[in-house]
Design a protein around this ligand. Sequence first.
Ligand SMILES: N[C@@H](CCC(=O)N[C@@H](CS)C(=O)NCC(=O)O)C(=O)O
Length: 337
Amino acid sequence: MKREIFVLGAAFALGLSVAGASAQTLKTVKDRGSLQCGATQGLLGFSSPDDKGNWTGIDVDVCRAIAAAIFNDPTKVKFTPLTAKDRFEALKTSEIDVLSRNTTWTLSRDVAYGNFTGVTYYDGQGFMVRKALKVNSALELNGASVCTQTGTTNELNLADYFRANNMKYELIAFGTADEVLKAYEAGRCDVFTSDLSQVYAEKLKLASPNDHVVLPEVISKEPLGPLVRHGDDQWFDIVKWTLFAMLNAEELGVSSKNVDEALKSNQPEIRRMLGVDGNFGEQLGLTKDWVVRILKHVGNYGEIFDRNVGPGSRLGITRGLNRLWTKGGIQYAPPIR
Ligand SMILES: N[C@@H](CCC(=O)N[C@@H](CS)C(=O)NCC(=O)O)C(=O)O
């Protein structure tokens, strides 16, 4: 009995100290003066650096929005380029504060690596082949060799899809996206597979993109979103509500262009969101004007979608599933109240 009490007491003390020690990310970020954001090694539309090391992309903008909310300065972010395989370890070892890198939310990742904070982009896996192959459907790919990246859901879905359709394939997997694309371009495999947004982004890098075609099948659900470490609820809430704020702002028609005007609005939801009424920013450990900062420096969800992956970008992807629920899509954020 005595021993049990001791063990319980020790566990309680340990539990308290673990929770206390880990609920520190906001303070760590503020003390450091910048957010450390895990990104890709370079994926157009999502996270890619230019020659001067300036990062852009929808996942990059999520990190800039978090920095805007905390520092009122979207440039206070440092990006760590990570391969698919290394990304979760970087989060675990606190090399990064948030992983914002086209990462699919799955049960095992949620349990093993951290808390997914929402979905920034609803995607699905697809295939690209050479037009010369004269293939019109993924169901004609029996016996094909397929290039993809290791440590991705794509590798796993590929196995499921071929198995479910009684087809054989040869897997040719590489650690980096460049290796995958080079191998495909050099003809080492018949098929390139990844999330569709990434198929389109990588297709643009080929010497003759028009010699390649994306097949019609979408073989999986790839809800992509940011991830934080387990054990820090405040930080989890900050990252989660940054995304929700951008979605709510689009829904309420408030953008980087009209946020000053919107501050004078009589609409209760807009007043709460912009901190005119209530203390929602303070509840998160931020300031009253957290959403104003996000909108002024980065914009609402529609703005970041359009300029990075949508019609206003090189990728030119239509909103599809990523339209707001009020416009026939599935993007939906809980209310700020
Ligand atoms: N969403 C999938 C795939 C993510 C992924 O890593 N895709 C590759 C496809 S091109 C990529 O982004 N590579 C870029 C890089 O490694 O820098 C996952 O979470 O496993």
